[in-house]
Design a binder for this molecule. Structure first.
Ligand SMILES: [Zn+2]
Length: 137
């Protein structure tokens, strides 16, 4: 699908479609556990993933609202860009676009992460065993 990319709306559309696919995955995973319901989904968003976590949370809430998934929480873990040093093996967060190894000073370090966009976990609440229910005091 060729998306028209212009202005602010583009970002929200982008995050909305990501939120939509997260929800699809949550539904598919939850369906494998009869009787369970999803309570929280955790996402890892890399600094280079091109995703605005706030816009994503906003879109996610909007899509969940009023559905059987409500109240499904979204947890976002922001992953910084990391580089790996080929000389000393150090893996370090690359802040302010500096990719120089802080330990040995090597300039040509290797991209090691920070572009991920993945579901890190899904919290399911299993159905309560059908035993005698004792009202909470
Ligand atoms: Zn190094």
């Amino acid at each position: 699908m060729a998306a028209v990319r212009a202005g602010l709306g583009q970002d929200i559309m982008h995050e909305l479609s990501i939120a939509d696919s997260i929800i699809e995955t949550v539904r598919a995973e939850t369906a494998k556990h009869p009787g369970a319901r999803a309570v929280k989904v955790g996402l890892r968003i890399g600094a280079l993933a091109g995703v605005d976590p706030d816009a994503l949370s906003f879109g996610f809430e909007a899509l969940v609202r009023g559905t059987d998934l409500e109240p499904l929480a979204l947890g976002v873990e922001y992953v910084p860009r990391t580089q790996r040093c080929p000389k000393c093996g150090l893996i370090f967060p690359a802040e302010d676009f500096s990719i120089q190894c802080p330990k040995c000073g090597e300039l040509e370090t290797i991209f090691a992460g920070g572009d991920e966009l993945q579901i890190a976990y899904l919290e399911l609440e299993e159905a309560e065993p059908k035993l005698t229910e004792i009202p909470k005091a």
